[in-house]
Design a protein around this ligand. Structure first.
Ligand code: ZN
Length: 435
């Protein structure tokens, strides 16, 4: 009887807590639709950060909005990174670690982000979604099975002529709405939050300019993933190999007995690649070797190769295969000098994050409290978080609800945005509860 009473009281309390939550001044949906209309496409191979000046339009807007939401120490750095602090409202904020929330402002150079026209497909009832301005652009259930979980939801897409920019304006809108919600609900108790919005994530250069010390967080989360519930604490460990083939060039008219054509050795080497260990034949947790560029020339040819694996031992094994292949080709072409040089690019952030299991556990708990089923997904790439993690700021990655990033079929949904925002709020509350 007592336990039943406790259960009922608990339900009443939970109901009250929900009823008491005031909505944010601006909904996450409205905010998202507003941000995606601002063109922030970044550009490869630029010597400046941000790579494009237009990213500053969003940076400056976010800085003004952060100030209006009561955030402190709001600044846009010389590299276009927006930093801010949201003061904690606990009796003693020093007992709770400062948690960082990070999203990137730029969109992929792969597809135009100019004049994005967001389209809301209300009350989605299943089936393929044809984008209105280009009927060849169709989001199909076959290729995007997550659509099956979005029945009854309002799906947001672009009109078929541009990308949407869900990657990563979803993360930006969700973090801003979290701050807005905390401002509307001072009864929600949280520690100090550090906020950052970064440029040039898609071209991989913005994060190098990130001021880890000035940011002031003990841990952080990038909010840059896809499907609801998807949490990532693992990235590739990555190396790059360069194999050089040195021959001897001379005038072809008098080349007999003198010329050593390095190209044939390169071709032989390329032919030795194991076909079941390539990006086009692997997925999930299986790593790969990937010859991706090279120079072909009589005198000196070379080949650049990516090595990717979640385990260092797997990476070592792949490096050994490439070195053994060098020996085999060298035996066949004794006159060609062949050398291999392998460089470390980045490491699986799990190497560090395994020492901070509470980061993933709290994120899982936050997602569950939002009614989601969290799951771990290793990222077949690197993230800004892996860079930060190895610079002393452990940073796993959280979902945003979106999908089909970097293309015209990109999307998010009302529930995707709302549940991701709810998870961020829960996460800040959980850190305060647990300390
Ligand atoms: Zn992204």
């Amino acid at each position: 009887m007592k336990s039943i009473l406790a259960f009922v009281l608990c339900l009443v309390f939970l109901g009250m807590a929900n009823a008491q939550l005031k909505p944010s001044a601006e909904s996450v949906m409205d905010r998202f639709v507003r941000y995606v209309k601002i063109d922030t496409q970044s550009q490869e191979d630029q010597s400046t950060t941000p790579s494009t000046r237009k990213q500053l339009n969003l940076a400056n807007l976010l800085a003004r909005e952060l100030t209006a939401l009561g955030a402190e120490n709001v600044r846009v750095s010389e590299f276009g990174i927006v930093y801010a602090t949201v003061a904690g409202n606990l009796a003693d904020n020093s007992k709770v670690p400062v948690i960082g929330f990070i999203a990137h402002m730029d969109t992929s150079p792969a597809v135009s982000g100019e004049n994005v026209n967001p389209v809301i497909h209300k009350n989605y009832q299943g089936g393929d979604i044809t984008l209105p301005k280009d009927p060849t652009q169709v989001i199909t259930v076959a290729k995007t099975p997550v659509l099956k979980t979005l029945i009854g939801d309002d799906i947001i897409t672009a009109d078929g002529t541009t990308l949407l920019g869900s990657d990563d304006k979803s993360g930006v809108a969700e973090i801003m709405t979290m701050i807005d919600t905390f401002r509307q609900n001072p009864q929600l108790k949280h520690g100090t939050l550090a906020i950052a919005f970064t440029p040039d994530e898609e071209v991989g250069t913005g994060i190098d300019k990130f001021d880890v010390k000035g940011f002031g967080a003990k841990f952080a989360y990038t909010v840059d993933g896809e499907e609801l519930g998807e949490i990532s604490e693992e990235t590739w460990s990555a190396r790059t190999a360069t194999v050089t083939f040195q021959g001897k060039s001379t005038h072809p008219g008098t080349a007999k007995g003198i010329m050593i054509n390095a190209m044939y050795a390169l071709a032989d080497y390329l032919d030795r690649f194991p076909h079941d260990m390539l990006p086009e034949t692997t997925e999930g947790r299986v790593g790969f070797v990937h010859p991706y560029a090279g120079v072909i020339d009589v005198e000196s040819s070379n080949l650049k190769i990516l090595l990717r694996d979640f385990e260092v031992s797997g990476l070592d094994a792949k490096e050994k295969i490439l070195r053994d292949m060098v020996a085999q080709t060298a035996a066949k072409f004794p006159q060609v000098k062949i050398s291999i040089d392998v460089k470390e690019n980045y490491k699986n952030m799990k190497e560090v994050l395994k020492n901070y299991p509470e980061l993933t556990n709290n994120a899982m708990e936050a997602a569950r409290r939002a009614g989601l089923k969290p799951f771990l997904k290793p990222i077949r790439g690197g993230t800004d978080g892996s860079n930060l993690t190895f610079r002393g700021l452990p940073t796993p990655n959280l979902f945003t609800g979106g999908g089909n990033f970097h293309g015209k079929l990109e999307f998010n949904s009302r529930r995707g945005l709302e549940k991701s925002t709810e998870t961020l709020i829960n996460l800040a509350l959980i850190f305060a509860e647990k300390t």
